[in-house]
Design a protein around this ligand. Sequence first.
Ligand code: HEM
Length: 530
Amino acid sequence: MNALYKFLNNLEVIDIVNVFSLTICFYLFRFYYKHFTRANPLPGPLPIPLIGTFEIFRAHIDIDAWFYKLTKQYGQNGIFELNLIGNRQIVITRAEHVNKFMSPPSEENHRKHLMRTANNGLLDVFDLEFKGVGLNHNYNFWRFNRQIFSHAIKTACLSDETVKIVNKLFEEMTNHWMDLRKPNENSAIVDSAAWMRRFTNDFISVITTGNRTFAIKNYHHKLKTNEVTEEIMESEEFVECISTFFDDNQMIFIPKLLRPFPLISGRVNKMVNTLDYVYKRLVERIRKRRKEVEKLANTSNFDPSQLKNDLLTSMVVANTPYETTPQKNVDPSLLRPMTDDEIRGIMFDAFAAGTDTKLLEEIETVFRDDPNRPLTMEDLNKLRYCEAIIKETSRIRPTVSMVSRFLDQTDEIAGYKWPSDLLFIMYVRGINNNPLYWKDPDTFNPDRFYDLSSVENQHKFAFSMFGGGVRTCLGRNLAMMEMKILLASLYRKFDVELVDMKAPLDVRTSTVTICKHLDVRIIPKYQNTQ
Ligand code: HEM
């Protein structure tokens, strides 16, 4: 002890500087030694010590554009790597390599590599770790929630009522557009991105809770009168919060260790506050619905078929005596009622995920009998070219451009043997635009999805829009239905023109790509379109 005291006492500033410099040199040497001797080295940007690849930390970075550039630079063999604070992430850009993650579940793979994020992330800070379906990091909770969500959403997808809701909201929205026309003008200029955010929010709210948020009506009122009432503020804040979550949701991949860092902490706190607000609003709705169900159930002549048909009611009564269509062939351990927190997790998923020539010929053929009649479920099946347009748009610019899976055991992927605890990112946009599978990938050509022979000859993972395998999108049928009705209804009644053809697309990407603003001119085709 004495010797140590003497030693420290005799130290001079220069010695401290030397020790400090030596430590840094040692750290640098060790960092790059480990980097250059890593297993299966792949091409990718050279990492910076402590930070890894810096780009990810830049606020407002267009992650998707950056990944697209990296794919061109490093993805020739369909696989490259990034480093995030010492964590390796493997990016896949070829269809052949996604088999183990995207294949339909089998006895052998139904539990393998199922999680989307690493074990050391921030999911618990955002209260998402054991909640909902999309980001749930616990196999048993995820399975329970997915089972109930999928049972509840099936009813919505098969129901004529859902088609009627989209028709009604569309009519209301377009009436508002026409109302916003300047005096003596036939067409209206609208920010289609802002309107679509409100449309999808209103739609998913009816599907999940049976009640509207009136986001469309409130937005119209705000634009028309410049007046911001409490109701408008609330509905607008809810829409904005969902947007904020998507703006920065790459935060879910940040290791927890980094939370206190200045570039990170502000963004994490903003996300926590945003989610807190959304969670509170959702729990209020759940409690209200529970009371309504209980009140009804306590009446003497109660019949479960009197209950509402929406997702929230289905979840409140799931596995209780009030359920009208009990789940069949389900593991008995999944047959318990849901808690408020569990329902809130699923509702958050639904709100977050649910909150967007030949076509004209097809529309004309389908609606030849009456161009103004509401669209029906039967029409939907005939709108094949409309579906091809949606797929081709999603091929070129997928809404979800990255799908991740966490390797939970050693496995062979893309011809390499990998250790466990490694994050894989399937870069969907890279695969969807890879010239190996698509001739002239930059050319917009919906025939690729219309011509059945070319679809059959395509690699089964060369295009993916809703992911695949055990964790494939639960809302895919509902989303496709909503998009087809919207597209067909829009072009049936209106001509649509971009206001500024030269303006760059105002998109914000994290793992999801969202259009922030897009002015279009809406021109009614018929005089009687109000
Ligand atoms: C155009 C609209 C949509 C697109 C492009 C889309 C795309 C996706 C993708 C790519 C995934 C990841 C799949 C995977 O990991 O393999 C996903 C997951 C999911 N989606 Fe969607 N989605 C859409 C709409 C919806 C809607 C409307 C809902 C609900 C009402 C929904 C609910 C979900 C859920 C719950 C998951 C998580 C499934 C799980 O982790 O088990 N999605 N979606």
